[in-house]
Design a binder for this molecule. Structure first.
Ligand code: NAP
Length: 253
């Protein structure tokens, strides 16, 4: 595909990593991609959505927030239809929406298990399937799933979350094999521990323990993840598919 503006959909784009991804895609002007028009979805924070639209709206691109539940297939179809109408098509999908409901398994409720699987894993099915309807006929697409290093190495107190992210990794590799011949790549980024609302609840002791496991001795920033997503969305990554790229300061190697 040429260097024209690309059209991207990002789930969970209002806060943390998703917000940084929306900004990265909107402002990116290297590596074979000029600017991306973006539709982002979010769950609750209308104020955050307006803030982003205003902030990024200053660039010469289209940016639209859309309120939708990532765990609903019906919402996914509505989102992609909205995005295709507003942007004129879909080239890039970033499956980023995610939650945690941590507890030791003996204390984990069925609802906490189900919710995490629905929002973290089922959403990837929902949005990928809905997006492929637009990507297949044009024989071009970039799907980037935000997994986690926890889906690779596990973590006590996160059996639900680790299962959802390991599922995302299996999904990524399987779908990559299904759609490679249509020039659609599917990759995953596996963040380590990143400074967002999701990790803001960690206490000092927990942070100390984490830092002792990270060779680079710092938590990551949302931008550390967004830059890799930007690269995977660009033409420079045309021959990369089915890969899981850890961005974790060397935590998992
Ligand atoms: P965050 O700061 O808590 O932001 C989560 C985002 O997801 C928000 O924009 C939220 O929208 C949206 N969201 C949540 N539930 C949703 C739903 N049902 N439908 C639509 N949108 C929904 O989280 P984050 O730390 O940026 O995490 C982003 C992704 O990275 C997640 O998949 C997470 O598992 C993964 N990850 C994070 C870390 C980390 O250390 N932070 C590490 C590894 C992987 P609202 O603002 O409207 O609620």
């Amino acid at each position: 595909m040429s260097n024209k503006t690309k059209r991207a959909v990002v789930t969970g784009g209002t806060r943390g990593i998703g917000r940084a991804i929306v900004k990265e895609l909107a402002a990116r002007s290297c590596c074979g991609v000029l600017f991306s028009d973006v539709v982002f979805i979010y769950n609750s924070c209308d104020e955050c959505a307006h803030e982003i639209e205003e902030e990024i709206g200053e660039l010469d691109i289209k940016i639209h927030g859309f309120k939708a539940d990532a765990s609903s297939y019906e919402d996914a179809e509505a989102t992609l239809k909205y995005a295709a109408e507003k942007l004129g098509g879909i080239d890039i999908l970033v499956n980023n929406a995610g939650i945690t409901r941590d507890n030791l398994l003996m204390r984990m409720s069925e609802d906490d298990f189900d919710k995490v699987i629905q929002i973290n894993l089922k959403s990837v099915y929902n949005y990928s399937k809905a997006a492929l309807k637009y990507m297949m006929p044009q024989r071009y697409g970039r799907i980037i799933n935000i997994a986690s290093v926890v889906g690779i190495i596990g973590n006590a107190g996160q059996a639900n979350y680790a299962a959802s992210k390991a599922g995302v990794i299996g999904f990524t590799k399987s779908l990559a094999k299904e759609v490679a011949s249509r020039n659609i790549t599917v990759n995953a980024v596996a963040p380590g521990f990143i400074e967002t609302d999701m990790t803001a609840t960690l206490n000092e002791k927990q942070k100390e323990v984490l830092l002792s496991q990270i060779p680079m001795k710092r938590l990551g920033k949302p931008e550390d993840i967004a830059k890799v997503v930007g690269f995977l969305s660009s033409n420079d990554a045309d021959y990369i598919t089915g890969q899981v790229i850890p961005v974790d300061g060397g935590m998992v190697m």
